[in-house]
Design a protein around this ligand. Structure first.
Ligand code: SF4
Length: 231
């Protein structure tokens, strides 16, 4: 029987009992933001997994947007009593690695670099702090390429003996719908672009082409907004 087939009946939501690779119970969760990690966090809590959030996202620009996303994630972690590791905002290193890839499309080489960079730091922290498994909330977004994320995760974890990347598909079994439900329930800040200045530029260009206004940082919140949701 797969994980998704084993129901648990506690709480208001029917959830599968999840088992990390190797039957481990300790996981380091790389989180990109509160909306994406909300469902992942509640799913792991429901399965009794001992996890810690690792927030390392030097790709998010400008800094005001970075702080908005991070503070929302800290607020939700505090509410659940989950440890939160606030890693460096070393955006200069991110820009150095992105050099020459400024015009790559989303899901292209720049995004592979971006996932690699974030997961390499996550894997190092996991290795140094005794986590046998790492995973990420990045793959729950339907805008992301799951294979691209899993490839980066496995490469990063593969650098250390005894560390696995958990490729669980957080979208399935109703995960995508619960992600939106939780975001509305918690009125999370709703980012309108992936994160980097290049994705902000390209999203605004797309909006201009559609006759829409450019993005205003700090404006949209789930459950309060009138515009369609973009996860
Ligand atoms: S579009 Fe998103 S994943 Fe790709 S480089 Fe920019 S922030 Fe990273």
């Amino acid at each position: 029987m797969s994980d998704a087939d084993k129901p648990i009946k506690e709480g208001p939501v029917q959830r599968p009992i999840l088992t990390p690779p190797g039957g481990e119970k300790k996981v380091l969760l790389h989180s990109c933001c509160a909306p994406c990690s909300g469902e992942v966090m509640e799913a792991m809590t429901a399965s009794g997994i001992d996890y810690t959030i690792f927030f390392y996202n030097p790709n998010i620009h400008p800094e005001r947007e970075y702080l908005l996303r991070k503070d929302e994630n800290i607020r939700f972690a505090d509410k659940h009593g989950i440890p939160f590791v606030d890693a460096d905002y070393d955006k200069d290193n991110w820009f150095a690695r992105a050099r020459g890839m400024e015009w790559e499309p989303e899901r292209g080489a720049r995004c592979t670099m971006c996932f690699d960079m974030r997961f390499e730091r996550t894997a190092l922290y996991a290795h140094e702090n005794g986590f046998p498994v790492m995973t990420s909330s990045l793959g729950i977004s339907r805008w992301k390429d799951m294979n691209q994320i899993n490839g980066s995760g496995k490469r990063a974890a593969g650098r250390y003996d005894g560390l696995s990347y958990w490729e669980f598909n957080w979208r399935k079994g109703g995960g995508s719908a619960r992600m939106i439900e939780i975001s509305k329930r918690e009125e999370f800040y709703q980012q309108e672009y992936c994160g980097c200045v290049y994705s902000l530029r390209d999203t605004n260009q797309h909006r201009r082409n559609q006759g829409r206004e450019p993005i205003v940082l700090g404006k949209q919140y789930y459950g309060r907004s009138t515009e369609p949701e973009k996860d």
